[in-house]
Design a protein around this ligand. Structure first.
Ligand SMILES: [Zn+2]
Length: 291
């Protein structure tokens, strides 16, 4: 099937009470691993690219790989741009064939965030491209905020409702206490706030900072309305450990064997996430809009 936007994937997930993984691929090998895991498990999937990855490889190379690995896939695949702080860069990806983009203007004052998000939606919607936006401040674990500060950076439910009203978002990323990177202790997630925002906006919620959360926390977040779960750090670890572990064990300078081991590691670990999130076997839930 053709590539799809995130909208039908996340609508089906929210309705079905499961979540779809958005995996931050870094190259062709990791992209192929994610798509093949999804195909074997009959899972919808979101192939996610950071701005850094797009800048590294270039729009055309990445989209070429996407078309090759996922263009005729039997499962629904969306290609999504992660955390983009720049409206024009979002639009360059819309232009280049991404089916979904995230505008992250959360560092700006509320009204400015609203205006920047509107500009991206206005340009993306006519192209059938879905949009995710962020409210509050999803930090990195390295930020090490005091609890009072951490509470203050969470998304406010009233503001969330105002932000999402008539915006036409496919996914909403409110700050609920998760953070990017590797957690040092148990993260403090504001489940009540997540539940209230999910219920009052009615939108599929995107969970950022997914690496290192327990299975229990994932399940609870999904039951409260998270329909998209970002996995970035764990993929980076699988990618590098898959490579290094194989080399340490075999000590042969055989690039294709090392790349193969890396591929298998990424595929296995991301596939495990698809099973955990409940998206395995749900490919046919997604209603692909006829073009
Ligand atoms: Zn994020």
């Amino acid at each position: 099937m053709p590539l799809v936007s995130m909208a039908p994937i996340l609508k089906a997930a929210r309705a079905g009470g499961y979540a779809v993984g958005a995996f931050n691929i870094v190259d062709y090998n990791s992209m192929l691993a994610v798509v093949q895991a999804a195909e074997e498990l009959r899972s919808p999937v979101i192939v996610q690219t950071s701005v850094k990855t797009v800048v590294h490889w270039g729009h055309e190379a990445l989209m070429g790989w996407v078309r090759e690995t996922a263009g005729g896939s039997p499962v629904p695949v969306a290609v999504h741009l992660d955390h983009c702080k720049d409206v024009d860069f979002c639009l360059s990806c819309v232009e280049a064939g991404w089916t979904s983009v995230m505008i992250d203007a959360s560092a700006h004052p509320f009204e400015e965030n609203l205006a920047m998000t509107r500009r991206v939606v206005a340009a993306a919607a006519p192209a059938g491209v879905s949009v995710e936006a962020e409210l509050g401040e999803i930090g990195g674990v390295e930020d090490d905020k005091a609890v009072a500060d951490a509470d203050a950076s969470l998304a406010d439910p009233d503001k969330a409702v105002e932000f999402c009203r008539d915006m036409g978002l496919a996914a909403f990323a409110p700050a609920i206490g998760t953070a990017h990177g590797v957690y040092k202790g148990e993260p403090k997630i504001a489940f009540d706030r997540l539940e209230e925002i999910a219920n009052r906006t009615g939108l599929p919620i995107a969970l950022h900072g997914g690496t290192g959360l327990s299975d229990e926390v994932f399940r609870r977040c999904i039951s409260l309305g998270c329909a998209k779960i970002n996995i970035s750090t764990q993929l980076k670890y699988a990618f590098i450990d898959g490579f290094c572990d194989y080399h340490a064990e075999h000590a042969k300078y055989d690039p294709l064997a090392v790349i193969g081991a890396q591929f298998e590691r990424v595929k296995r670990e991301m596939g495990e996430k698809m099973k955990l999130f409940g998206s395995a076997g749900r490919a046919s839930d997604v209603e692909v809009p006829s073009s």
